[in-house]
Design a protein around this ligand. Sequence first.
Ligand code: ADE
Ligand code: ZN
Length: 350
Amino acid sequence: MSQPAFSIPQAQLPALLKAMPKAELHMHIEGSLEPELIFALAQRNGVQLSYPSVEALRAAYAFTDLQSFLDIYYAGASVLLKEEDFFDMAWAYLLKAREDGVVHTELFFDPQTHTERGVPFEVVIKGLTRACEQARTELGVSAALILCFLRHLSEEDAFRTLEEALPHRDLFIGVGLDSSERGHPPEKFARVFARCRELGLHLVAHAGEEGPAQYITDALDILHVERIDHGVRCVEDPALVARLARQGTALTVCPLSNVKLCVFGTMGEHNLRTLLDHGLKVTINSDDPAYFGGYLYTNFLATFEALGLDAGHAYTLARNSLEASFVSDEVKAGWVRQLDDTFARFASAA
Ligand code: ADE
Ligand code: ZN
């Protein structure tokens, strides 16, 4: 889809970016755990933290690469023990999502981070599900769960997690692959993804964040994923870029994350505009907003400011997010109509 031209002044862009209905497709719910909530849950559950204060914890959020972030992210998740904790975490995110104009969100969760500490799978998924259901009824935000396997652990471990998850099959829509990318190629999880495919689960995987373009190709050919999470390193392989454009494979790009984890030096150096220019189905997402400096709207704002994007880009990005979501075509069409109405309203007010 080429970017349509809209006569909406640049001054209206911040309001438009917030108001336009959009989907968030790459958000780790454990990455929405704000330092204040980490401390509150630590106190509630009697968990000892290795930082003396909220300020000291936040000051530690100076990352040099993905692993330096993951170490702190897994430590933060150690305060989550009870169903109520998972509910509180997800509810806090869903309130922010509504404020940012998110109509639909597909939330990643990392069960192994919790089951490894003795928290039953059921506790995790029940707390998250209750928040998703409440978001639908009280906020008008649609929310679904995607179970992520941790790629630094073994495929056997992933299979065990899948077994634990299957009694709750109706509570999650798909599986993903996250955690340390380098040295853990997609092929390591070929068999468990094949099983998930047989089960009719949606499939996604992180690829081409820190890892090479080959991991994107392998995620497509070996794991048969429907979307690529990040994927920004696809530009290193022109044939892959052409393929992604031809197939309309969505990339769930996370701009603030990429800068915080030093994938790009500055936002001005981010390749999101280049990806759009290549005709790729790019979406904007927040990844781990509590750690990377902002939720979805902040990601849009920072990207648009740094890359000089306009209302046409905003339309494309919002529409891509709705189209790349795992809801029915009918539901998508309804949201696209809302999107068109929003743009028509802004254009007529100009
Ligand atoms: N887990 C949480 N955020 C992640 C990211 N950006 N990459 C890989 N694994 C993650
Ligand atoms: Zn991610």
